[in-house]
Write a protein that binds this ligand. Structure first.
Ligand code: PLP
Length: 621
């Protein structure tokens, strides 16, 4: 448990049972758990091949309950004379079953949705039916977007159009006039308080979105001139996602609270303060302000927002706003686990070298002598000798003085030296700098049935860390340190950054494969952003997805969403399966006529071709 830091990032949902299997407790502390390894076995019997994304709707429900409970507690603690009404940013995970679940689970809290584009607005309008729940309309907007959002009020939706660009102010005024609707408007402020880390660019004076303070003042004047200042009721800001440090959040709330009270005093009928996203997820379980973690919990977050806003409003004798947060990562990350299998491994040569013979080439005799003499007193020097002799051996080979067999022997001797040195290094307290890379050089590569580009795009694009853990054999000490290589023919298709204590480590502890036995790994906390940003590199498509719900007797499979078939991914690049089959059929007929293929072979080729078109894009080991 400690090795994979599960307690830190997994509580209360993920842990290990006595059988050494990873287990999931979808309702958190409120009981009921499932053995993930057994679940995967049971799902495989239903023809659900790996990689497989398993969603736990109970976790989603628990996350929503937790967030609302934290705000309710903060509101009670600080006697905040207002309420909290959160929204889920659809961009985090647009999958229909998830959004429908989320809206249903959010009903008791009037939990709403945030849209950042026209397609997301289309989802929100059709899905959100909770009376009083907010529909926050963010992102770049044209007239059609703004009109649709305004007309939605006629359907009883509490749609709020948040003005993010200077041009949108006039478009909103014109749309409201022509529709004869009194809309509810918001402004997104560019705060000076900056988020730090990967998403820090979402704020600051030169951020992509939002209005600067002079632009907000100008918007007030424009709205006032159009007799619409009373429509301005919301202030929004978003300083970036995964804000690891609570002090950054506090600074932003303080600045935003002052802007809020100033807007209220300038004649706008302010009612809402929307603090955006940023509530972080503790991917490495370190509970620090390291970028993969956070140095606060959800309750601290809610407390700071509630206390800060109350104080700012009370100082000016103003009513407090309804608080809104657009927490996406914190709601959606935990609900899914990506399960994938290991197809094979590649290890550096492990053969013990034969003793040298007198007639061997001098370079091989030197390498063998280096190998033989390695000891505690000379291992560092021996390492450099081994590297030099190996390089010399390759040069000799390149100039024709060493045969292929001799080169193979040189490489085998080199790896034998490295292994012997590594064993000595492992026993030393201090590792010399020049030997630090040795472990990485000697590491195994585990080939996994997965596309990093499809299933963990942020791991490839921005070096995001996700916890990765075997689903079984967790009662057995892992003896191999490895990196993961995916199925794509791309050297970037690998994972060699893993969570560590306040750091990143380049190797993951794994178990040696048992012949004929599957080895399952789970990638956790990837439920936000990864699915939609995944791409079709090498035409590896969407993975299979199942939705699992706990029942008193165990679990129930609520939905199965089959991953892309080969035909489907080929369709994305305008290939028609029937045309393809026809092309192969014609080629086989031609080959039959020419006598280069038998009828049996041609039939087998066509059958295989057709079967693979209707099959999964991943491997079926
Ligand atoms: N709101 C806005 C405007 C965003 O751009 C984002 C994402 O970056 C979010 C909310 C969600 O943020 P998070 O996932 O950190 O909760």
């Amino acid at each position: 448990e400690e090795l994979y830091r599960i307690k830190g990032w997994g509580e209360p949902y993920f842990s290990i049972n006595a059988a050494g299997h990873a287990i999931v407790s979808p309702k958190g502390e409120r009981g009921g758990s499932l053995d993930l390894y057994e679940l995967v076995q049971a799902l495989k019997l239903r023809d659900l091949g790996l990689p497989l994304l398993i969603r736990f709707s109970d976790i989603l429900e628990d996350r929503i309950e937790r967030l609302n409970a934290c705000f309710a507690k903060a509101i009670a603690r600080y006697k905040y004379p207002g309420s909290y009404r959160g929204v889920f940013p659809i961009k985090c995970n647009q999958q229909r079953h998830l959004i429908e679940d989320l809206v249903r689970f959010g009903e008791p809290y009037q939990f709403g949705l945030e849209a950042g584009s026209k397609p997301e607005l289309a989802i929100a309008l059709a899905t959100l039916k909770t009376p009083g729940a907010l529909l926050i309309c963010n992102g770049y907007k044209d007239r059609a977007y703004i009109e649709t959002a305004m007309l939605a009020r006629r359907l009883g939706q509490t749609a709020i159009v948040v003005l993010e660009q200077v041009e949108e102010v006039q478009i909103a005024i014109d749309a409201a006039r022509s529709l004869g609707i009194d809309p509810v408007l918001g402004v997104r402020a560019k705060l000076t308080s900056k988020g730090i880390g990967r998403w820090g660019g979402s704020s600051g004076d030169r951020a992509k979105f939002g209005l600067t303070i002079p632009e907000i003042v100008q918007a007030i004047e424009q709205l006032e001139a159009a007799n619409m200042l009373h429509c301005l009721q919301l202030l929004h800001f978003h300083i970036g996602s995964q804000i690891s440090s609570i002090s950054v959040i506090k600074d932003a709330i303080r600045e935003a609270s002052q802007i809020y009270v100033s807007l209220a005093q300038s004649g706008a009928q302010m009612k809402y303060l929307d603090v955006g996203g940023g509530l972080a997820v503790d991917y490495d379980g370190s509970k620090t302000n390291f970028h993969a973690s956070k140095n606060y919990n959800m309750q601290n977050y809610a407390n700071d927002i509630v206390a800060e806003v109350k104080e700012a409003c009370q100082e000016r004798d103003l009513p407090v706003p309804t608080l809104i947060s657009e927490s996406g990562r914190a709601i959606a990350s935990h609900q899914s686990v990506l399960v994938f299998d290991v197809l094979g491994t590649s290890e550096v040569c492990t053969d013990l070298p034969e003793p040298t013979q007198e007639k061997e080439h001098l370079i091989l005799r030197n390498l063998y002598e280096t190998y033989r003499a390695i000891g505690v007193e000379n291992y560092q020097e021996a390492y450099h000798d081994a590297i030099q002799f190996k390089e010399e051996a390759i040069s000799l080979f390149n100039f024709g003085y060493l045969s292929l067999r001799e080169r193979a022997r040189a490489e085998q001797l080199y790896w034998a030296c490295c292994r012997k040195i590594q064993a000595i290094v492992g026993e030393q307290e201090y590792v010399p700098d020049d030997l630090e890379d040795l472990e990485k050089i000697m590491a195994s590569i585990y080939y996994v049935n997965l596309s990093v580009f499809q299933s963990a795009p942020d791991s490839w694009a921005i070096d995001q860390l996700f916890p990765i853990v075997p689903l079984h054999r967790l009662d057995e000490q892992p003896t191999i340190r490895a990196t993961l290589a995916d199925l794509t023919c791309d050297s970037d298709g690998k994972i060699d950054r893993f969570i560590d204590l306040l750091d990143v480590k380049s190797l993951l502890e794994l178990h040696p494969l048992h012949p004929g036995e599957p080895y399952y790994l789970g990638m956790f906390l990837g439920g936000a952003y990864q699915e939609i940003m995944g791409n079709l590199h090498n035409l590896f498509g969407d993975t299979n997805t199942v939705h699992i719900k706990l029942t008193p007797k165990g679990y129930q499979i609520e939905h199965v969403v089959k991953g892309d078939s080969v035909t489907e991914v080929l369709g994305y690049v305008q290939y028609d399966a029937e045309d393809l089959v026809e092309s192969i059929r014609k080629q086989t007929e031609q080959a039959l006529q020419e006598g280069t293929i038998t009828l049996q072979e041609s039939q087998r080729l066509l059958r295989n071709y057709e079967q693979s078109l209707s099959g999964y894009t991943y491997l079926n080991p």
